[in-house]
Design a protein around this ligand. Structure first.
Ligand code: PLP
Length: 410
């Protein structure tokens, strides 16, 4: 075979293996785009604040804050993250089933009863443990397994949500050390800052600094009893505002990497199209609300996204979307699968006209923070509620590199 033919064959092979990712199958015209270059930019900004190679646990709970746990996890691991964190066992199993092999910590509660512990053992998930019942249940279930179950002990230092109180940690660790838990490996100890959404940075720093002090004291004491290699507490704000004091053995950020900070690049956009346009006669009802009636001069367009996709009903009277680069109002509430927008200002508009719900259109932009201003909620709550009904398309250097449409995966 000539060199030329071999070269051509090589190009065809490379194209075939990569083109799998380019085939985005979706039966609807609404799409979330996640710009992985922005995720990379945010991640690199974050690690520039850490010592070289400082371990990062990427928090990908809530479907990576709505952006798709599998693609985001793969991206973070490629960028150098050593650990991932999810909120519940099923999220960890989901990642394992998608081929993610990195260590995964379940940040939330896993019950002593039920199937959570069995699943965690089967899928090698690290568990957050802060009760003797759960500790005993793990030991009972793991005793015939070849590998120990790794646990991280959770300490409550001020969030008052989950965890052992600081003065109960030493007895708990002594119990593990001197009790009979041969199949449990205490790999880590952690806590969580309480003021992660604080707008007022000084109060965030003050409270978090107190929490950090308590945590470090506890870690110092337990390390006199047992070697627990990984202590971690710093979320995004911890890394951003507390400096190296809070880095400890690993940092545990989520939101700043995913663009939810003024200093970060937002990777997420959401777009759709107009499906129908009409000029209802004066007095005709618009949508389901009998008190919303047409003036006779309005052009109303339907957009096929609704609250079953995660758009919150609160936006129904005050929200805006971009059409032809102009912010046009949503009218008469958000329905399950559709919303109506008043396009009079930008008419003529026809079916197929692009609509941007989050992101840029021309020189105009609606960011998540604008949606929060218009409709309330928080940026995280908005993003993490965008449902799996919306296909996620991942973009690098303006090219689609991967797609995920959970509706069509079975
Ligand atoms: C226990 C825990 N650790 C880390 C994080 C990541 O926090 P952030 O998204 O503020 O970086 C969260 C998120 O809420 C969390 O619940």
């Amino acid at each position: 075979m000539s060199f030329y033919i071999r070269f051509l064959l090589l190009i065809v092979m490379v194209k075939c293996t990569t083109s799998v990712h380019y085939k985005c199958v979706q039966g609807r015209e609404s799409t979330m785009r996640i710009n992985l270059d922005s995720v990379k930019w945010n991640y690199e900004r974050l690690i520039s604040k850490l010592p070289p190679k400082h371990p990062v646990m990427g928090v990908v709970k809530g479907n990576a804050y709505g952006m798709g746990a599998v693609a985001v996890s793969r991206t973070l691991l490629r960028l150098g993250a050593k650990y991932l964190a999810v909120a519940i066992v099923d999220e960890g199993v989901y990642l394992r089933k998608h081929g993610i092999k990195a260590p995964i910590l379940v940040l939330g509660y896993t019950a002593a009863f039920g199937q959570g512990i069995d699943l965690a053992i089967r899928y090698s998930l690290t568990l957050n443990v802060f009760s003797i019942e759960v500790l005993n249940a793990i030991q009972k279930k793991v005793r015939n397994s070849a590998l120990p179950v790794k646990i991280h002990i959770k300490v409550n230092t001020g969030l008052s949500r989950l965890g052992i109180e600081p003065d109960e940690v030493v007895p708990f660790v002594k119990l593990i050390k001197y009790g009979f838990y041969p199949n449990i490996e205490v790999e880590g100890i952690f806590s969580h800052f309480g003021y992660s959404d604080a707008i007022e940075i000084e109060s965030l720093k003050k409270y978090a600094t107190q929490q950090l002090k308590i945590f470090k004291k506890v870690v110092g004491k337990v390390r006199e009893i047992m070697n627990i290699p990984i202590a971690h507490i710093a979320n995004s704000n911890g890394v951003e505002y507390l400096g190296e004091e809070a880095h400890l053995d690993m940092v545990r950020p989520g939101s700043s990497i995913l663009g939810f900070r003024s200093f970060a690049k937002p990777p997420l956009s959401l777009s759709s199209i107009v499906t129908d346009v009409r000029k209802p006669a004066a007095g005709m009802q618009i949508g389901y609300r009998e008190n919303v009636t047409a003036t006779g001069n309005q052009w109303i367009a339907a957009v096929p996204l609704g609250y079953a996709d995660g758009l919150r009903p609160e936006c129904g009277d005050v929200g805006r979307v971009l059409i032809k680069g102009t912010r046009v109002p949503i009218v008469s509430g958000i329905m399950m699968d559709q919303m109506l927008v008043d396009v009079t200002e930008v008419y003529p508009v026809a079916a197929g006209e692009p609509v941007v719900i989050i992101g840029r259109q021309g020189s105009s932009e609606i960011r998540l923070e604008d949606i929060v201003k218009m409709c309330g909620g928080t940026e995280y709550s908005w993003a993490s509620q965008l449902s799996k009904r919306i296909p996620r398309v991942y973009v690098k250097k303006n090219r689609v590199v991967y797609c995920e449409n959970d509706m069509l995966t079975y």
